[in-house]
Design a protein around this ligand. Structure first.
Ligand code: NAP
Length: 354
């Protein structure tokens, strides 16, 4: 008889969570519960629940019914204005969901945690590259590290195990996300084109020729499930990247060509400032090309764009641990961008002719 598992995907509407749900839907053997504040449209395999993980009353009430959960996939995220302020809410959300689920779900088997390169201090400045899972830590506070420490401590003596995935900047299509590089580039390109401008790299000059890796959200979903369901991965963390490296000075002109645009030399311009007054232009583009009427805010993660484009230092990890242990997939990053832009066209988020 087929063994069925029940996944609780926490952060169901996120760039990462939504792609994980899409993958679990494709494969056999999984029932899915998608958790976020906004909820979602149920499907044959996925039931969405709207829960605020920072509201302990709401959590207690709604999570106690989730007795069949076998795997928690944690990919929720709360944005805050400073690195220090990220810690408390992001730790609280994980603690609330794990403590309540382990109390009611007697078959809980695994907790998967989504992390990132902040574990390596990548947000502070030049960090050791390629970053390895075995590298020494840095001075706290840092929310990914606090979350992992919570799992390590809580798991002791339990029959469930944990794993952690450490992607680079993630490429995926989702709406209303504070960290969405593909959306940043697509909306910036379409507006530039509409205004008759070339596609100018808006980051630091030094960021244009640095090495960078990225992680496709679909690849990440498959790796996350691999780590969660293979016993040799228990209680360990894994870098997860596409497997290649890029430099913007090579990729940017190709992105411009995709959008049928000219390029011009880079000019550092804070996207948060220069894109703040472009809502009316965007609305007129939506009208002109009969696009879906998503709000400009839901499509804007300009602060994240500024963050990524201002890294004038190498930004990549060593992805061989997962490959050595059995996950062998890779993705061409150039193709990833074009496939994701194509998806945005199909979903009528950006004009088909752009
Ligand atoms: N995106 C990237 O490029 C990237 C790169 C490396 C690492 N990561 C890491 O991966 C993790 C997930 O990131 P992401 O970019 O996928 O995040 P995201 O797109 O912002 O998604 C976050 C999810 O959390 C949900 N959420 C937020 N607050 C909540 C609350 N109080 N209660 C319940 N659900 C809540 C959101 O849905 P609702 O709004 O509906 O609640 C959303 O589904 C983060 O730890 C991030 O640091 C991301």
């Amino acid at each position: 008889m087929e063994t069925r598992h029940t996944a609780l995907v926490v952060g169901a509407n996120g760039v990462i969570g939504s792609n994980l749900i899409a993958y679990l839907e494709e494969i056999d053997g999984w029932d899915i519960v998608g958790l976020s504040r906004r909820g979602g449209q149920n499907t044959a395999k996925t039931t969405y629940i709207a829960v605020n993980l920072l509201d302990i009353e709401d959590c207690s009430q709604q999570l106690q019914q989730l007795t069949s959960i076998t795997h928690i996939f944690y990919a929720a995220y709360q944005e805050r204005p400073s690195w220090n302020e990220l810690v408390q809410p992001n730790l609280d959300m994980l603690v609330n969901v794990v403590q309540l689920i382990e109390r009611v779900a007697i078959d809980l088997h695994h907790v998967s945690l989504m992390q990132g390169y902040k574990v390596y201090g990548a947000h502070y400045g030049p960090f050791k590259t390629p970053a390895k899972e075995s590298d020494g830590g840095h001075m706290p506070p840092e929310f990914n590290v606090s979350q992992q420490q919570f799992l390590e401590t809580t798991q002791k003596g339990k029959k469930w195990t944990w794993s952690a995935l450490r992607p680079s900047v993630v490429g995926g299509t989702a709406l209303g996300n504070p960290m969405n590089l593909v959306m940043v580039i697509a909306i910036y390109a379409v507006i530039s084109k509409e205004l008759g401008l070339p596609l100018r790299f808006p980051g630091k000059l030094g960021a244009y020729d640095r090495l960078l890796d990225l992680t496709d959200a679909g690849l990440l979903a498959r790796a996350t499930l691999w780590a969660a369901t293979n016993s040799q991965c228990a209680n360990q963390a894994f870098n997860m990247t596409n497997g290649d490296l890029i430099r913007w000075n090579d990729l940017w002109p190709k992105i411009a060509a995709y959008f049928e645009m000219e390029t011009a030399p880079p000019l550092q311009m804070p996207l948060q400032t220069i894109m703040a007054d472009k809502e009316e232009v965007w609305k007129s583009i939506q009208e002109k090309y009969q696009l879906e009427k998503h709000s400009y805010q839901a499509l804007s993660s300009w602060g994240f764009g500024d963050f990524v484009f201002s890294r004038d230092y190498d930004f990549f990890s060593d992805g061989t641990k997962a490959r050595r242990m059995g996950f062998h997939e890779f993705i061409d990053t150039e193709k990833m961008f074009f496939d994701l832009f194509d998806q945005l066209k199909e979903k009528k988020v950006i004009p088909a002719g752009s």
